[in-house]
Write a protein of this length. Structure first.
Length: 113
């Protein structure tokens, strides 16, 4: 077992949502299922390769489900599991914090630059 999974709860949460893109993917999946192209457009700046990797990791962790309709042309979408919704709910305060302090962070970053 990974020793990080024996640490505090934050370490466990970061194992599941660690990185720049996973929280944003969850944010955009919260309203409902999305197709790959929709997610790629919604999560601006992410490469196709990285999005595929992040979606696979989230699916492997049971946070999302990849639904393949077995059609031609291929149609696949992604949606959050109940487990995923609990994680998205835990991220809401962080989102609120970002909204509340957006201008302060922008101002501090512009002074540092």
């Amino acid at each position: 077992m990974d020793s990080r999974l024996n640490g505090c709860g934050l370490e466990i949460a970061l194992e599941v949502i660690g990185g720049k893109w996973k929280p944003l993917v969850l944010y955009h999946l919260r309203p409902g299922p999305r197709r790959f192209g929709e997610l790629r457009r919604a999560v601006g700046g992410i490469s196709e390769k990285v999005l595929i990797q992040q979606l696979k990791e989230l699916a492997d962790d049971g946070v999302i489900i990849r639904r393949d309709y077995q059609e031609v042309p291929p149609r696949v979408d992604y949606f959050m599991t109940e487990f995923g919704f609990t994680l998205a709910e835990a991220l809401r305060p962080l989102c609120s914090w970002g909204e509340s302090y957006r201008s302060q962070v922008i101002a501090l970053r512009s002074v540092a630059a």
